[in-house]
Structures are given as C-alpha cells and as structure tokens.
Design a protein. Structure first.
Length: 190
C-alpha cells in the first residue's frame, strides 16, 4: 500500500531511475528516429508494414480470445465473446491476405479521425474563447490543421492509402525518438 510519505519521494525516485537508464532511453530514441525517418522516406512500405502488423495483432488476439472463450464457455456472454474473437480473427486474416485493401481502409479511418478531431478541437477552442482563455487560438489552429490533413487524405483517396498511414507513423516515430533522446541527454547530466 502506498503511503502519503512514499508519494513525496516518487518524483526523485523516477528521476533517479531515468538517470540510471539514460543510455537505454538514448538507444531507444535513436532506433525510433531511424525507423521514423525510414517510414517518412518510404511511406508505402511503412503503410504496408503497419497494416501487416495490425493484421497479426488482430489474428493473435482473436485466437487468444477464442481459446479463452471456449475455456470459460460456462460464463455469461459466451456468444458475444465468440463473435468478438471471430471478428478479430477475420479482420486479421483480411489485413494479412489483402494488405493493400487493408491500408486503404486504415487510411479512410485515419482521414475520418482527423476530420472528427478537427471539428472537436475547433469547437473546444470556441468554448475556450467564450471563457476568455488565452490559448483558444492555438486550439483553433490545431483544429484547422487537423481538417487540412483530413482533406488531403480524403480527397487523395485511393492514392493517399499508399503514403498517409506510413507518413503519419513515421512522423510519430521521429518525434517520439527525438523526445526520448532529449530526455536521455537531460537525465545524463543529473
């Protein structure tokens, strides 16, 4: 059980742990940067890789869910659990057998996400504006940027399926790697 006095030591314990393992964070950051740059340079390959990875994740999770469903078949909800497992297996097989079609579907989902996120962020910014928040214009900018990304992805279909997912994953990996490198180098000094 965590006691209040233990909570006060938590930040210093975390800082010590990061300092002790800064090289591991640095290596992970460099690896993420390399993978991110590779995905940005060759986004079609990265899009297919993400699609195939997700296919395997769905297939493995569906198979595990199927095994657990039959293992615990006496529990309520057997039919729904069975359906869920079979859907995951089916989605995994579709993504693995038809990765190009899977990449197109993922791109449509990503485009729809950016569209919905853009609208939500713009509405959020307008709520902040009413409350006289100084940050509302940044939120508005982020929402408009999301809408622009959605428009580029959606109007570029089906061609954008070749690059959109891979490019976005690459950018995410690159920035994640840069942030880990920054954290590792800062922790090394302490």
């Amino acid at each position: 059980m965590t006691m209040p006095q233990d909570l006060s030591r938590l930040p210093s314990n975390m800082a010590a742990a990061v300092h002790d393992h800064w090289k591991a964070f640095l290596i992970e950051g460099i690896l993420l940067m390399i993978l991110g740059l590779a995905a940005i340079i060759v986004p079609p390959l990265a899009s297919l890789a993400v699609t195939i990875f997700l296919g395997w994740m769905f297939l493995i999770s569906g198979a595990a869910g199927l095994a657990v469903t039959f293992w615990a078949r006496q529990l309520p909800g057997f039919g729904w659990s069975l359906l869920s497992a079979l859907l995951a297996i089916g989605a995994g097989l579709v993504l693995l057998v038809q990765p190009a079609a899977g990449a197109l579907t993922l791109t449509i989902v990503v485009g729809a996400y950016f569209l919905a996120e853009g609208v939500a962020t713009i509405m959020y910014s307008l709520e902040h504006r009413r409350e006289l928040s100084a940050r509302w214009s940044w939120l508005l900018f982020a929402g408009l940027l999301d809408l622009l990304i959605a428009a580029i992805i959606i109007t570029g279909l089906p061609g954008s399926a070749l690059w959109a997912v891979g490019l976005l994953v690459g950018i995410n990996l690159l920035f994640g790697g840069v942030s880990l490198i920054g954290m590792a180098l800062a922790a090394r000094q302490k």
